[in-house]
Write a protein that binds this ligand. Structure first.
Ligand code: SF4
Ligand code: SF4
Ligand code: FES
Length: 248
């Protein structure tokens, strides 16, 4: 059975905006993105929202629902009470372009700052071999759909614009970890992580992990192991000597 829901949707641009009230039909089985589409079709044709797959796989429809960072297409209306007012706002950490669409180019800039996979010079494509356990270890990180909800949630940048130049954010520190754990990669990105990408600013609160729609254990499986590697390479004399003699 359908019912009328009360929605508050943020509308505006970089110069400012405000919450607009709507009453809109909700049908059984719908998600928040369906309701935003119905608003576009019936009441607010110029309402901007970014989406592509409607299946939780493209990472485009990230926003905040009742203050919680979420994918609009994976947030079921059945998780809210029928008389609850549902507030939809853009991700707070990134500049608004229009309505629910934010400029996420910060993330692409950070991605470009990380040196890519670097195999040994004498290994040709087709000769790469690695153990299944190493494949499985990085597989978790490769589930990332780049929705940037973790980046949006992390308190290091959420309320501190000034930290953005010095902090890659959980998604890209996780990318560094993935490359560090790769058995065929000969690069060393631990100094980069600590000195240029702000690993030390992360105080392992796990807020990023809590909002990841792919349920990646970002903090436990990427950030903490990366911190341990940085500490080992810097302060453990045996590891330090090993790295000097047998630089991987
Ligand atoms: S665990 Fe680190 S990266 Fe994740 S939200 Fe907390 S401070 Fe940010
Ligand atoms: S790690 Fe999770 S929350 Fe972060 S960008 Fe990837 S899928 Fe989104
Ligand atoms: S539309 Fe693709 S993840 Fe939501």
């Amino acid at each position: 059975m359908g019912y009328d829901a009360k929605f508050r949707v943020w509308r505006g641009d970089l110069d400012g905006g405000e919450l607009h009230d709507f009453t809109v039909l909700v049908n059984e089985g719908e998600v928040v993105l369906d309701i935003i589409h119905r608003l576009q079709a019936t009441q607010a044709p110029d309402l901007a929202v970014r989406w592509n797959c409607k299946a939780g796989k493209c990472g485009s429809c990230s926003a905040e629902v009742n203050g919680r960072p979420r994918l609009l297409c994976m947030t079921r209306m059945s998780t809210f009470g029928q008389d609850e007012v549902i507030t939809v706002t853009p991700m707070r950490t990134f500049p608004v372009i229009k309505d629910l669409v934010t400029d996420v180019s910060f993330n692409y800039e950070k991605a470009r700052q990380i040196p890519s996979f670097t195999p040994p010079a004498d290994l040709k494509p087709g000769e790469y071999r690695m153990k299944q356990i190493d494949v499985e270890r990085s597989q978790e990180f490769r589930k990332c759909i780049e929705c940037f909800l973790c980046q949006n949630t992390c308190h290091v940048v959420r309320d501190h614009e000034e930290n953005k130049t010095a902090f890659a954010g959980p998604r890209y520190l996780m990318r560094i970890t993935e490359l560090e754990m790769h058995p065929l990669d000969v690069g060393d990105r631990t100094e980069l992580a600590q000195d240029e990408q702000g690993l030390g600013l992360c105080n392992i609160t796990k807020c990023c992990t809590e909002v990841c729609p792919e349920h990646i254990k970002i903090t436990d499986n990427a950030l903490i192991p990366l911190k341990e590697r940085v500490a080992d390479r810097k302060y453990d004399p045996v590891v330090w000597l090993g790295n000097k003699l047998f630089r991987r």
